[in-house]
Design a protein around this ligand. Structure first.
Ligand code: G3P
Length: 231
């Protein structure tokens, strides 16, 4: 499963990049507004990091002109020209999916977002979208089962050998991430705080402390000196 960071914060993207474990970035108007910088400037800054990173990152940029499919097409074309790694995010409405179809015919990659049902995921695939983004946490918030939706979309897509990638979004816990991997989501996009938590296990920390203390006790008692590994 690919891991994307769901953030527009450049410092978080840089930190994720350093680990070598991140394959892309998703942004949305809320995340960009939280940065307090201009939309285009933020997308460009992220795209530049991608260029420097030398890995095949994907940067998801969401349309903000959502009043009609025509407006979304115009903005989608504009966004796609900002950088070759940009995927245009469009809402799973009739206007958004109409715009996604038009952009797909122009070979522009799209991500149909705000997906909350199997039917919306099927329509996203019909449009030729590269990704569909079902929101796991927001379904859980209203007492539905977001994880179950990912499972159902996986079955429906497998039934028809659909290539649109399932990008699980609105991920709220490390448990969600492993659930997505076990179901077979293609991508999970996660906040940086969840990414950090994925590394954590108390037994790893306890084990590290024990190895360190055992080694220090041993070297203090024996002739073995600490080896200097720098050359
Ligand atoms: O990528 C969509 C995601 O950012 C939504 O997450 O936590 O606002 O539901 P959340």
């Amino acid at each position: 499963m690919e891991l994307f960071l769901d953030t527009a914060k450049v410092e978080e993207i840089k930190a994720g990049l350093e680990t070598g474990c991140i394959d892309g970035v998703t942004t949305n108007p809320t995340l960009i507004s939280e940065c307090g910088k201009k939309f285009e400037a933020t997308i460009m800054e992220i795209a530049e990091l991608v260029k420097e990173s030398n890995v095949k990152w994907i940067v998801n940029a969401e349309v903000t002109q959502v009043e009609s499919s025509t407006a979304m097409i115009t903005q989608g074309i504009y966004l796609s020209k900002l950088h070759q790694n940009i995927v245009v995010k469009l809402p799973a409405t009739i206007e958004g999916i109409t715009a996604a179809s038009c952009l797909a015919r122009k070979n522009i990659r799209t991500n149909v977002t705000l997906c909350f049902s199997v039917n919306q995921a099927l329509l996203a695939a019909k449009s030729g979208a590269s990704y569909v983004s079902p929101f796991v946490g927001r379904l859980d918030d209203i007492g539905e089962n977001g994880t179950e939706l990912i499972k159902q979309i996986r079955i429906a897509y497998n039934n028809y050998k659909i290539n649109t990638k399932i990008l699980a979004a609105s991920i709220r816990s490390p448990f969600h991430v492993s659930a997505m991997a076990l179901i077979g989501a293609d991508v999970a996009t996660i906040p940086f705080s969840i990414f950090e938590k994925m590394f954590k296990h108390p037994l790893t920390d306890n084990g590290m402390m024990r190895f360190k203390s055992d080694w220090e006790t041993f070297t203090a008692r024996s002739e073995i000196k600490q080896v200097n590994f720098t050359r």
